[in-house]
Design a protein around this ligand. Structure first.
Ligand code: TMP
Length: 225
């Protein structure tokens, strides 16, 4: 739905921007960059992430990411992701958008299509059903998909884990073919929804990648403000 229609329908006024991509593509750094870019334009921004973004949703994140002994059933994983999302939308995202703030979210439902759909092989139709149930009309206005070859992403992830002395979470422990399916699912969504999803080549220096992001933001912000 366009922003005008959203306004007329009494739906959110703020803009909803999400960042997506596999592990190690530099999402966290670039989420902060997007927030700083928008704030420099005088926009009120709420920075958040999924799964998580509120205390209860962060508790669900812990269930999803911790590498416990008991296996987590894929359907349970899918429902937990959407349970966290429902809480996040109700407590944080919708209220922020309704008061006119922009929301910049590190991952959202494209990640569910990529990880639970592509990675785990769950049906895209069932995910779309839950998407409608939990989100109704609300979808991101803009999604920046950070993309790079898997080998580069894996090297960067390994370097970060080494630097921060953290161990791999439940998703980071997956094998290469899982991440290949995740990447393909992301790229397929970008192709299907090319107006909303801007694919950013993230294989380059931070400066180069951020210049690419700024170009997209400049164009969109100009259209919206
Ligand atoms: P992060 O490490 O980028 O914060 O993301 C946490 C993990 O959660 C990441 O490995 C991807 C996964 N995830 C899903 O599997 N489905 C989802 O819908 C979301 C939002 C994240």
């Amino acid at each position: 739905m366009t922003h005008d229609k959203q306004e007329k329908a009494g739906l959110p006024r703020g803009r909803f921007i999400t960042l997506e991509g596999g592990e190690g593509v530099g999402k966290s750094t670039n989420v902060s960059f997007v927030v700083a870019e928008l704030e420099a334009r005088g926009i009120e921004v709420v920075q958040t992430r999924e799964p998580g973004g509120t205390p209860r949703a962060e508790a669900i994140r812990e269930l999803l990411l911790s590498a416990a002994e008991e296996p987590l059933d894929s359907d349970a994983e899918l429902l937990l992701v959407f349970a966290a999302r429902a809480q996040h939308l109700a407590q944080r995202i919708r209220p922020a958008l309704a008061r006119g703030a922009w929301v910049v979210c590190d991952r959202f439902t494209d990640a569910t299509f990529a990880y639970q759909g592509g990675g785990r092989g769950l049906s895209f139709e069932r995910i779309a059903l839950l998407e409608r149930l939990v989100q109704a009309e609300l979808t991101p206005d803009l999604t920046l998909l950070l993309d790079m070859p898997l080998e580069v992403a894996e090297q960067r992830l390994a370097a970060r884990l080494d630097r921060t002395k953290t161990s791999r979470d439940r998703f980071e422990q997956e094998q290469r073919d899982f991440f290949e399916r995740v990447r393909l699912a992301y790229l397929a969504r970008a192709e299907q929804d090319s107006w909303r999803v801007a694919t950013i080549d993230a294989d380059g220096s931070l400066d180069t990648v951020q210049r690419r992001i700024r170009l997209v933001l400049d164009e969109r912000v100009q259209q919206w403000t």
